[in-house]
Design a protein. Structure first.
Length: 378
């Protein structure tokens, strides 16, 4: 990839290194497993570059297969026997010793499908006729189905947000985005009325502390919410506050009790940002977010430089998906939005997330290599 963007790979490597270092500080055994997944992710990354180095655009011919594959992956956690519910959200699949989150790979397949489909239909969609809202309603329905089956608002928001962003890039119609957001809010409100887990997440977000005991869904007994349902979020906020401006220092944070029990459950997956914010402080946490912002800026630059519609949509979708996922998890940890169970790209512990993000990186490098080569040859 001689003409590929020279900053994306180093930025991804820096984020990965931060993640492995933080995980090693929290749990050395998990860090070794994470390192193995990084090697596997780099292998997928290399294979993607080798296989598609001449012309990645041929995947557009199989866009409907990619779309079908995305739906199959999203539906896997709902299947009995292999679907796993962890921390209230059904996002995982377990087959023998292997446990993975299919939604991470489904995100990539969905972006490829939308890039191909919207390239064909963008002129028709831009006209704004009523019958052209069919795909919008279909994807909205799929997002609501994901929300209902997984009990996770973040996954549905991620999938639907990617769709809206790519529709806007394809058509330039802000009204489509507004209509889509309105539909999502209406659908989420309807699901909120019938899905207890979604109600709990919203309640925890709005009122994490209580002065009087309330019913604890986990134990069925009365307890303060900060000692039960919102325990993770509250301890995470304390952890971030304890870091202050400069942090306690790498390796100097407090994440276990005197008996060795974790203060914040699932710290190296859902709440790794809290650990980083405590030990590196506001300065380190802000620096981490700046690295993500640089990655997103370079990805959007790739989309701008791409000449053909498929490449432009593909790069924009991959970059926006990366940015939105980062916002959803960091926003949940900081209590900007309801807390979700998705991972912080390249940093959180999780094999499926690491592999999917290296595949995403390969896609951006393929697009940038072709776009930059064409500009250079001119």
């Amino acid at each position: 990839m001689p003409y590929a963007d020279p900053y994306l790979l180093p930025l991804a490597a820096l984020l990965t290194a931060i993640g492995v270092t933080t995980i090693y500080r929290l749990e050395p055994d998990d860090a070794f497993r994470q390192s193995l997944w990084v090697v596997i992710g780099v292998a997928f990354f290399a294979v993607a570059l080798v296989v598609y180095r001449h012309d990645y655009r041929r995947v557009e011919r199989y866009k409907y297969l990619f779309g079908l594959g995305s739906l199959v992956l999203l539906a896997l956690p709902a299947l009995p026997g292999i679907g796993q519910t962890i921390n209230g959200a059904r996002l995982w699949v377990k087959v023998g010793p292997l446990q993975f989150q299919p939604g991470e790979l489904a995100k990539i397949l969905l972006i490829v499908f939308l890039a191909g489909y919207l390239r064909d239909k963008r002129e028709v969609l831009a006209q704004g006729r009523l019958k052209d809202f069919g795909p919008l309603l279909l994807i909205w329905g799929a997002a609501m189905l994901v929300l209902f089956q997984t009990n996770d608002l973040g996954s549905a928001l991620l999938q639907f947000g990617i769709f809206l962003a790519m529709v806007y890039v394809a058509t330039g119609r802000a009204s489509f985005v507004a209509a889509g957001l309105a539909l999502f809010l209406l659908g989420a409100a309807a699901v909120y009325q019938v899905v207890d887990h979604v109600q709990q997440r919203v309640t925890i977000w709005l009122q994490p502390w209580t002065e009087e005991p309330v019913l604890c869904a986990q134990t069925g007994e009365q307890a303060l919410r900060q000692d039960c349902g919102s325990f993770q979020l509250v301890k995470s906020l304390y952890s971030i506050g304890n870091g202050g401006f400069g942090g306690t220092g790498l390796g100097q944070g407090t994440f276990t009790t005197t008996t060795g029990d974790p203060i914040i459950p699932y710290l190296n997956t859902d709440f790794i940002y809290s650990a980083i914010a405590q030990e590196l402080g506001l300065v380190g946490a802000a620096a981490l977010l700046l690295v993500y912002m640089l990655f997103v800026a370079r990805g959007m630059r790739v989309a701008i430089r791409a000449d053909d519609g498929f490449s432009k949509l593909l790069a924009a979708g991959l970059t926006f998906g990366f940015a939105l996922q980062t916002f959803i998890i960091v926003g949940g940890v900081l209590r900007v939005i309801p807390l979700t169970g998705i991972t912080l790209p390249f940093v959180s512990y999780g094999g499926s997330s690491v592999v999917a993000n290296f595949v995403l990186l390969a896609g951006l490098l393929l697009v940038s290599n072709r776009a930059n080569a064409q500009h250079t040859l001119r």
